[in-house]
Write a protein that binds this ligand. Sequence first.
Ligand SMILES: C[S@@+](CC[C@H](N)C(=O)[O-])C[C@H]1O[C@@H](n2cnc3c(N)ncnc32)[C@H](O)[C@@H]1O
Length: 363
Amino acid sequence: MIEEGCVSIDVGKGVFYNPRMEMNRDITVACLEALPEVSTYVDAMGASGIRGIRVKKEVSRDVEVTINDWDATACELIKRNALSNGVKVSVSNCGANTLLSSTQFDFVDIDPFGTPAPYINSTCWASKRAMGITATDTAPLCGAHLKSGIRTYAAYPLKTEYYAEMGLRVLLGKVAREEAKYDRALKPLLCHATEHYIRLYLGVEHGRAAADRMMKEMGFIVHCFKCKNRFEAKGLAPLALDTCPVCGAKVGIGGPVWLGATKDKAFVEKVIGVLEKGRFNKKGPAIKMLSIIKDELDMPTFYDQHAICRDLKATPSDISTLIRALNDLGYSASRTHYLGVGFKTDAPINIIKGTVLRLSKNA
Ligand SMILES: C[S@@+](CC[C@H](N)C(=O)[O-])C[C@H]1O[C@@H](n2cnc3c(N)ncnc32)[C@H](O)[C@@H]1O
C-alpha cells in the first residue's frame, strides 16, 4: 500500500507504479482543480488508477472520472483501489486509441511508457477542453537519438545545451500539427521538462481562426554551434539561410518546433495557489519549479552560463547576479526551470559574453 495525496493505493504485482512521478501527479491534481470548466476526465493509461482516483478524490468539485488500461489485471486493481478509497470511477479495458477514437472527454490524460506519439492524434480528437501529455522518450525528443526523433516527431531536433527545451518544443510542435487538422488550437497552460520526462498541460480552442493563429507559432530555431548565437524563424517556409549573421560559421536549423509561449502565467499562478493550500507531499519542489516557470521569459531557447564560461575561460557568477546585470543594461532576462545555471535573455550574444566576462573579473 502506498499513500499519496489523500489516497491509499494497492500497487499490486505486475502493475506499473512509479514513485518518482508523485510530483507529476500532485501537479495534475492541482491543474484539474484550476480548470473549473473540466467536468469529465480520463486517464487513458491508468495502471494502478492512482492518477484518476486522486483527481476524483482530491479535486474539490465533482469530476466524472474514467480510468482505462488495456491490461485486465490493471483494471481489476483500479476497481479495487477505487472501492477502497470510497470513490466511483468508470473503468474501461481497451486500447487507448480505441477509447479515444470513440469517446470525447473534457480532459484527456495520456501517460504511456516512452513516446506518446502513437496516441497524439486520438488525444487531440478526444480532448474537448484540455489535455495532459507525458513523454519519457527524451533521447529522441532532445536530439540524442536523431533518427528515432525524426521518425517519431517529423522534426529535426538540434542537439544543443538547451536540449530539454528543444525536446519540449518538438513535442508541442507535433501536438500543434495534429490539433490543427481538427480546426482546433492548443493553448499551452503549463509545460515542464523534469528529470526523465516532459509533461504538457494544454488548453484547447476551437475554430479555424484559432488554428490558423496557432500555426503561426510554428517554425525553426537557427543555432550557431561556433559562437552560440541563435534566433527563431517563425513560419514553415524553407529558410534561405545557412551562415551565422554574427560570426559567419555554418548554422544548424532545428524544427519545425513550437516557438510560442509554453505557459499561461495566470494559470501557473492559480496552480501554485492550489498547491500552497492543499495536501501534497511534493508541494515544496512543485512550487519551486512552478515559481521559476511563472517568471520564465517566453523565448524558445536558453543559455547555459557554465558552457559560455568554458568557451571564454571565465568564472561563472551567481545566476541572479548575471540576470540583474543584463537587466541593468536594459535587456530582459530570467531564470529557467530547465537548468539551474541556465538563463533566458533577449540580449545579443556579444552582450551576454561581455557581461559574463565583466562579472568573471569581479568574481
Ligand atoms: C506509465 S503507466 C501509467 C501510469 C499511471 N498513469 C500513473 O500515473 O501511475 C502506463 C500504463 O499504460 C498501459 N498501456 C500501455 N499502452 C497502452 C495502450 N495503448 N492502451 C491502453 N493502455 C496502455 C500499461 O498497461 C500501463 O499500465
